[in-house]
Ligand binder design. Structure first.
Ligand SMILES: O=C[C@H](O)COP(=O)(O)O
Length: 263
């Protein structure tokens, strides 16, 4: 399967930004900026803070918007005495279809290791959510040339114990930590090198058919001005967008990338 047969996915990770009023405005503006065909050709998803999810659900359901949504994290547990945590069933009940797992900010600030990330991937799948499993190296690892091995290890850890059928339901996002929120974008060749290596690793562990079906995203300072060159790479199937997804028009332009693509 070539990259042209995997449906592109643009996911906007709002991180800890936008209150519920701003969330409603952004989703409405985003939907109004894209045609039905554009939203069909490119899957468009927003990942707001937990506190905005009910508002986004109301906007999407009420106006039948062709926009998906999900959360930025979930508990590995289904329910119970876990103060402050949000479980898969709670997210699924709000209509979420995606959940980010193992974002580098969670790994860095909340000390999430591969075992916990793996438990979260499994929890997401158990409750019908598509995990967006993030992998990516820091600057020190990149400078020592260990980026491919580092990302392969995180991938192995995050997907441990999964069947090929389960892996087909996962989205992988390659986000070099040194490119997140820094304005330093990896070159299209850098993105392809690791996204291609992720797919090779998936093929080695779960079979070529599975590897061909999994969508691999790039994330790290993606903007309207650089998305076309990134999406021109064979193994890049979309983007996990942070800062640029907080502006409806900028994110809509990112989602309209096929207009600027010269594959
Ligand atoms: O999840 C998104 C990434 O961390 C990228 O963030 P950024 O686009 O602000 O660099």
């Amino acid at each position: 399967m070539s990259s042209t047969t995997r449906r592109p996915l643009m996911a906007g990770n709002w991180k800890m930004n936008l209150n519920h009023l701003e969330a409603n405005l952004l989703v409405q503006k985003l939907a109004a900026s894209l045609t039905e065909k554009q939203l069909t050709d490119v899957e468009t998803v927003v990942l707001p803070p937990f506190t905005d999810l009910r508002t986004v659900q109301t906007a999407v359901d009420g106006d039948k918007l062709l926009i998906g949504y999900g959360a930025q994290d979930l508990s590995p547990h289904a329910s119970g005495a876990y103060t402050g945590d949000i479980s898969g069933p709670l997210l699924a009940k709000l209509g979420c279809t995606y959940v980010v797992v193992g974002h580098s900010e969670r790994r860095a600030y909340h000390h999430e290791d591969d075992a916990l990330v793996n438990a979260k991937v499994k929890a997401a799948l158990t409750h019908g959510l598509t995990p967006i499993l993030c992998v990516g190296e820091g600057l020190d690892v990149r400078e020592q040339g260990g980026h491919v091995a580092h990302c392969s290890d995180q991938l192995d850890g995050g997907l441990a114990g999964l069947t090929p059928e389960q892996v087909r339901q996962v989205v992988v996002a390659y986000e070099p930590v040194w490119a997140i929120g820094t304005g330093k974008t990896a070159t299209p060749d850098d993105a392809q090198e690791v996204c291609g290596a992720v797919r090779e690793r998936l093929a080695a562990r779960f079979g070529q058919e599975t590897a061909d079906q999994v969508r691999v995203l790039y994330g790290g300072s993606v903007k309207a001005s650089n998305i076309a060159s990134i999406m021109g790479q064979a193994d890049v199937d979309g983007a996990l967008v942070g800062g640029a997804s907080l502006d409806a028009e900028e994110f809509a332009q990112i989602c309209r990338f096929p207009e600027h693509l010269a594959r």
